[in-house]
Design a protein around this ligand. Structure first.
Ligand code: ATP
Ligand code: MG
Length: 307
């Protein structure tokens, strides 16, 4: 179910309620708190974001929210703007206009220096996952702790081992990234992205190029991070089956805007862009031996909502 634009240009999430509070400071800044119909608080919020690249509107008045402590999966065709959206939330790309709010703070107004403190609250894992090739896995995961905390070496060692164990990599401390498989590298990169206990974690295409077993492993790590630590996860993906298993909400990007809803809502959507996308991906992952048509099989699978 899509969000709707209110008559005065504000955004309201599907059936939700927007509470706009003036800060009383002459209207220079407005604090926004938005809740969905189900009472979800949006921890990250984009408000009427416009962004052009090469004369093409990537976002044309995009408004969307990401519920606190839940997993939202961002879908959309290649070039729809999924990575751009994450870069904007991470403060790496500024919109041409509109606001990007993290915990109520508009980060588009911040200087580069001010953005550092916002980025401390964020963990980011971008497409390609970039571990540093010349550092061991242990040192890769330890790096953010060395840079952002004053922990002692023994405490860092404890923390790194704990994180690597949590992603199912207890024995790779001394290996270099080049000695790990693609799936193991992805899990190590995830361990690094969350080692400083960020409140919000942005993950770009964690499943691309992985075999089904590794897709499940990464998926389990993400769900576990969300459930155990209450991390707000924003994940882009083309992997529909895993999206339906782990997403609390889905955000489908198309034509500079977005369609937001529960996985079931999007599966039942009558929007052709959504149905074509979901059915194309469904057919790709469909096993011919299955007696059930792919659409039904996926529709009947209950999404595993995050805690
Ligand atoms: N630095 C850039 N310079 C020029 N165009 C860019 C740049 N970054 C993104 N774009 C354009 O913005 C649009 C969105 O790109 P983006 O990488 O966000 O898409 P995506 O949904 O992540 O695609 P994919 O599924 O292939 O990863 C594309 O049209 C792309 O060409
Ligand atoms: Mg991308």
């Amino acid at each position: 179910m899509p969000g709707v634009r209110l008559p005065d240009g504000r955004f309201r999430a599907a059936g939700g309620r927007a509470n706009f509070t003036d800060d009383g400071g002459g209207g220079a800044k407005v604090a926004i708190s938005m809740s969905s119909a189900e009472g979800d608080e949006f921890r990250v919020l984009l408000d009427d974001v416009r962004f052009q690249q090469g004369g093409h509107a990537v976002f044309d008045g995009l408004s969307c929210g990401f519920p606190r402590g839940k997993i939202t999966v961002v879908l959309g065709a290649s070039g729809a703007g999924k990575s751009t959206l994450l870069r904007m939330i991470g403060g790496l790309t500024r919109p041409d206009s509109g606001r990007v709010l993290i915990a109520g703070q508009d980060i588009t107004e911040l200087s580069e220096t001010e953005l550092f403190s916002v980025r401390d609250r964020l963990g980011m894992l971008f497409q390609g996952g970039a571990l540093l090739d010349s550092l061991t896995i242990f040192e890769n995961v330890a790096l953010p702790l060395r840079e952002h905390t004053r922990l002692s070496d023994p405490d860092i060692a404890d923390e790194v081992r704990r994180r690597l164990e949590a992603v199912g990599l207890p024995d790779v401390d001394d290996l270099l990234p080049g000695q790990l498989s693609g799936g193991m590298k992805r899990r190590a990169a995830l361990a690094r992205a969350v080692v400083t206990d960020p409140e919000i974690v942005l993950v770009d295409e964690p499943f691309s190029g992985l075999d089904p077993v590794n897709v499940r492993r990464i998926e389990n790590v993400l769900v576990d991070l969300n459930r155990r630590l209450g991390i707000t996860l924003i994940v882009t993906s083309h992997h529909i089956a895993s999206t339906l298993r782990m997403a609390y909400r889905m955000l489908f990007l198309a034509d500079g805007s977005a369609i937001y809803g529960k996985p079931d809502d999007l599966l039942k959507s009558s929007d052709l862009r959504v149905t074509e996308f979901l059915s194309a991906e469904t057919q790709e992952t469909w096993q011919p031996k299955s007696p059930t048509p792919p659409g039904l099989r996926l529709a009947s699978r209950a999404p595993r909502g995050a805690a």
